[in-house]
Write a protein that binds this ligand. Sequence first.
Ligand SMILES: Cc1cc2nc3c(=O)[nH]c(=O)nc-3n(C[C@H](O)[C@H](O)[C@H](O)COP(=O)(O)OP(=O)(O)OC[C@H]3O[C@@H](n4cnc5c(N)ncnc54)[C@H](O)[C@@H]3O)c2cc1C
Ligand code: SF4
Length: 331
Amino acid sequence: MNRFTLERAENVSGAVEAAVSTPAAQFIAGGTNLVDLIKENVARPERLIDVTRLPLNKIENTPGGGLSIGALVTNADAAYNEHVERRYPLLAKAILAGASAQLRNMATTGGNLLQRTRCYYFYDTGTPCNKREPGAGCGALKGYNRIHAILGASEQCIATHPSDMCVAMAALGAIIHMTGPKGQRTLPIADFHRLPGDTPHLDTNIQPGELITAVELPPEDFTRHHAYLKLRDRQSYAFALVSVAAALDLDGTTIREARIALGGVAHKPWRDTEAEALLRGKPATLENFQPVADALLREAKGFGHNTFKIELARRAIVRALAQAAGLEHTP
Ligand SMILES: Cc1cc2nc3c(=O)[nH]c(=O)nc-3n(C[C@H](O)[C@H](O)[C@H](O)COP(=O)(O)OP(=O)(O)OC[C@H]3O[C@@H](n4cnc5c(N)ncnc54)[C@H](O)[C@@H]3O)c2cc1C
Ligand code: SF4
């Protein structure tokens, strides 16, 4: 663990200024991921900027009919917020499927978006890891890779993104709001997280000094037909091996619109709009769900210990769609 200074930001511009002026500065919110990384010597910030007192903890209706969740809203407050529960129940369910009650009380929306992979080699500084140290090699590629990616991986890194919240947000088409040294900007969640490619040390497209201020949920109607299915080694307090956020807009039994996002399978929440389009205008039946699962997984590749995830994901997609359509009981 290295030495660092800790200061409390008083306003958004002050936080950004502090972050930009020291290259090894980092924001800290709930600290549930960053403190672990510091203790393991994976993160070595010189300057920690505590953002928890910034006025970014509100959940508000947007003028466009959507909902804005402040970056400092805790996962517990987001999941139990009346607007989220009523209008975006898929998101509430996904958040509650993650971590533990104590962690959700601390973990924030912004921190959850930026939480780092749970790849064992990334946390073990005695093993090679391109994400921790570019050019060092990847311990997982030929090592124990049971939890690793089956989609979008590269020869440099086969890590997965561990968040549950982000999978639901990907299905809902969330937009990330940020403020940085050049002002404010937004990014659709699909462009926020990155695939590893040749730069696995970069998890997202956030720029140095940028602070996430809010996540905006567009006004979609997936309140009635949705499911978040999380498959993991233990029923609670475990990261997903595979998760599926499924949302359907049904006209009777005909699918008007479908959204499917996968967690635990790639370096980012995985969405494939071409596969989703296969469902449009079709009756919501198991026979119609199977080809979508096949399409979503057409480029899936296992690395040995994790090859079982391909079939697991195939079945999970069909099952989550069945639950969303009301063909199967949702627990
Ligand atoms: C034992 C355990 C089990 C868990 N299980 C799950 C699970 O099943 N599913 C799941 O989804 N998650 C799980 N988590 C992860 C947990 O949800 C994350 O640690 C948490 O969401 C991170 O939020 P935080 O506010 O604590 O972030 P921090 O640890 O404070 O920060 C994380 C990162 O985000 C950056 N950051 C924070 N806020 C901002 C901001 N506003 N703008 C820019 N950068 C920012 C920090 O600089 C840091 O890099 C688990 C964690 C633990 C420890
Ligand atoms: S999979 Fe990625 S995070 Fe894990 S060891 Fe390889 S490079 Fe590091």
